[in-house]
Design a protein around this ligand. Sequence first.
Ligand code: UDX
Length: 483
Amino acid sequence: EMADSSDDDQRQKPHAILIPYPLQGHVIPAVHLAVKLASRGFTVTFLNTHSVHHQISRAHHNDPTDDIFAAVRRQRSLDIRYSTLSDGLPLSFDRSLHHDQFMASLLHVFSAHVEEAVGRIVGSPDSRRVRFLVADTFFVWPSTVARKFGLAYVSFWTEPALVFSLYYHMDLLRINGHFDCQSANCRDDPIDYIPGIKAIEPKDMASYLQDTDTSSVCHQIISSSFKDVKSADFIICNTVEELEPETISALKAVQPFYSIGPIVPEGASKGTVATSLWAESDCTQWLNTRPRGSVLYVSFGSYAHTSRADLAEIAHGLRLSGVSFVWVMRPDIVSSEEADPLPDGYKDSLGGGSIIVTWCSQFEVLAHAAVGGFLTHCGWNSIIESMWNGVPLICFPLLTDQFTNRKLVVHDWKAGINLTERREITREEVAEKVRRLMNGDSGGLFRDNIREVKKKLAGALMPDGSSVRNMDQFVNDLTNKID
Ligand code: UDX
């Protein structure tokens, strides 16, 4: 009898289905979000694609039948369930090399798989209480799927509110001639008409908003997903109110928007959920041998590519600077078809002074006392993790939101510098910027500024902090809506 009633209680907890975008920088914050929601008493079913699941299993030498949440579920007795579905392409398909086809499959095929999977979970006898769908803002189907199954739709935005707002006001940009214009007619003066956004230069917009050809699959995804998000019941964002107050309050005036960041691994969940898509090298042992604050960490994230020429200049510049570094060199950094993108003999020339790895546990590396700077492509997760650990940045944006993120870091928070002001990178400039960040007096200034940002992030997660209050509010509003 007792067991039965507690079983019933279990079933009565509101149940969410959470679907991350099947890319590394989206899966990581979604995993931490799942843990956050489950810690608040929700049941969460996390739906990964087969492809992401298999890549994680392979990277961590796990049995492919293992569930990535097994350890955290056991340790913290959270009700997180895990399931997988097809993204519409065979497992062997090279999603990095044929990126447009991958995106096309997500645009045109994935929704059918999602409907089938959500229908299966909603209809299974032990999940009567599925009440809401949490899905990445970049999906084009959430409000349709949510409506079909009578669920509330919570849109999860993994980038800053500033980027969200620019996409959200795409039509305004278009009418004003800042977006979707013929290159000769595109305005290049600052954009000063979006609610909550102080004048911003066109070059600081997401790369997609700077494109003059808007016929690609990515543009179709962005325009459909930002139509869809207008029907979201709630929007939750991995940012902090104190970092972007005006932008956030303007968004809150038009839709329920909650800043709940920084979404970083917390407490016991840290390290217990495997999220990396590539095998991690251990850098800690090597870092332990280096002086405090002496090492530059270099990574361009999970997704963007660099040109071979830029990569070579960066490589030479790093060596010229004389600063030790840990460089994450993803196998497909130039293209998955290139064998070794580095100049001949480069690796051997480093001796033991610096190391190059394929992938690492970035959060651990940034938290290590030996790391004193980060040369980054400005992915939002990287910026959050760096600020959280008080590490100043050299910014080298490549794609998508990274240009806007760079603007926040360099212009608004003064917590870093640009790698270059020009199109072409030279090794001399790379060396000069690295030295300036790591050794110069200005390095100290950035460190002071980043400490201020770090205080805001930590403050937001204190018991009475803004993100904790926003999370409470979200849980309240959501519970009222679905009850
Ligand atoms: C892109 C967008 O630019 C970003 O703003 C968006 O939120 C996600 O997609 P991505 O290239 O994946 O970003 O970079 P980033 O957002 O920085 O995320 C990369 C993640 O991979 C970080 O959480 C980082 O800690 C992790 N990582 C990276 C590792 O664990 N090991 C590594 O070696 C490199």
